[in-house]
Design a protein around this ligand. Structure first.
Ligand SMILES: Cc1ncc(COP(=O)(O)O)c(C=O)c1O
Length: 371
């Protein structure tokens, strides 16, 4: 209707949990704050500092809260995420990824005029191009050389192989050689804590060893960045590591919950039962447009005998043990995402809950920013 604001799906502040139009992403504020505090507390008196990854929550509000609690800036994966952060007032941003397209490099250089931007590089031509773009824009882009510490994704092998790139970054106008980045993503989800520690320490030995090698050739290495939620307390305590890029810890998910870390589940998807074809089956209004399955199926929270079996585009199929649970259309359930980062990317907003009531609504303005 003309003039009618199409926001009926936004619950009024103060409304109770089970009146929210679904599917909806809910933040349990108390659990999230406990997670933020737990991580901030670990880094409060350590030489390594926290630079959380934006890839998980994609929310400028939450980024600013992390900085208020002691984070030294933000990490992100994409230039367009860095733009969202800069616009929100985040002054120190590390793009832990390669920016290669020429138009993107020009935007990167322009962004660096007003914000401290550091970007990962693992290739000489890319470094020359970034330096040229920054020189022309009249800005300075910080450079970290990405080192492959065992994950087998991007990066230069550890050791001598990093030296030519680091020297070049230290010489070229338009860029500033800031240090090294080596994400131990191959072991962040390792369930065996001993193996996780061993793998993380091996990776950090390679990374900090490379930093020492560069220093022995007269290069100044300020940043040695690594770490995910599963290794933050390990790599964050490793001598020579200066910052940690953990992302998932404010919210957590099924995959990370298996590790027994001291973080609570703070993000759930609330869904509504829309059909109960039999006592053994219930259908919810959340499918693949609301939940992701790249880390396996999400899990129904706090309801024994109820299992999410399958997702199609707009439906989720629950297998129900009638001895333990019974549903009617209109009933609400909460689901724990199996992979928080990709799930958040499907949603426009968080409903922030305090004491089971809607306290705030936050726009997820970093979602879909994969440019
Ligand atoms: C480069 C990089 N750093 C850090 C992280 C850590 O994130 P999380 O804490 O979610 O494991 C990731 C996750 O994908 C990453 O790609």
């Amino acid at each position: 209707m003309p003039g009618m604001k199409n926001t009926w799906y936004l619950p009024p502040i103060g409304s109770p949990k089970f009146s929210i139009p679904t599917p909806a992403l809910l933040i349990d504020r108390a659990a999230m704050e406990s997670n933020l505090e737990c991580m901030a507390d670990f880094f409060r008196h350590r030489s390594a500092k926290l630079r959380p990854h934006f890839k998980t929550h994609k929310s400028p509000q939450l980024a600013l809260l992390q900085i208020e609690m002691g984070a030294i800036g933000m990490t992100c994966a994409k230039l367009s995420e860095a733009e969202v952060l800069a616009e929100a007032g985040v002054e120190n941003i590390l793009i832990a990824n390669q920016v290669v397209d020429l138009r993107k490099m020009i935007r990167l250089a322009e962004l660096a005029r007003g914000t401290q931007i550091i970007v990962a590089v693992d290739q000489e031509t890319n470094l020359h191009q970034i330096a040229e773009a920054a020189h022309e824009a009249g800005s300075i882009v910080g450079i970290v050389i990405e080192v492959d510490v065992g994950m087998g994704r991007c990066g230069v092998p550890p050791g001598e192989a990093c030296l030519p790139l680091a020297r070049l970054a230290a010489q070229l106008p338009g860029v500033h050689f800031a240090g090294l980045l080596g994400y131990e993503g191959h072991t962040v989800f390792e369930i065996d804590p001993h193996r996780r520690q061993e793998n993380a320490f091996q990776a950090m030995t390679k990374l900090t060893g490379t930093a020492d090698l560069l220093r022995s050739h007269g290069l100044e290495v300020e940043i040695v960045s690594a770490g995910g939620t599963g290794t933050a307390f390990l790599s964050g305590d490793f001598p020579g590591v200066t910052e940690i890029e953990a992302g998932s810890y404010p919210f957590m998910d099924v995959k990370y919950n298996q590790l027994g870390l001291p973080f609570r589940q703070a993000l759930t998807l609330q869904a509504t039962v829309i059909s109960t074809p039999s006592p053994q089956r219930a259908i919810i209004d959340a499918g693949m447009k609301a939940l992701t399955t790249d880390n396996g199926l999400p899990v129904v929270a706090g309801l024994p005998g109820v299992k999410l079996l399958r997702l199609s585009e707009e439906h989720g199929l629950l297998e129900v043990d009638p001895e333990q649970a019974r549903f009617q259309p209109g009933d609400r359930i909460e689901i724990i995402p199996s992979h928080v980062c990709t799930t958040v990317n499907l949603h426009d907003r968080y409903i922030v809950m305090q004491d089971e009531k809607v306290q705030e609504i936050w726009t997820i303005s970093g979602r879909g920013r994969f440019y």
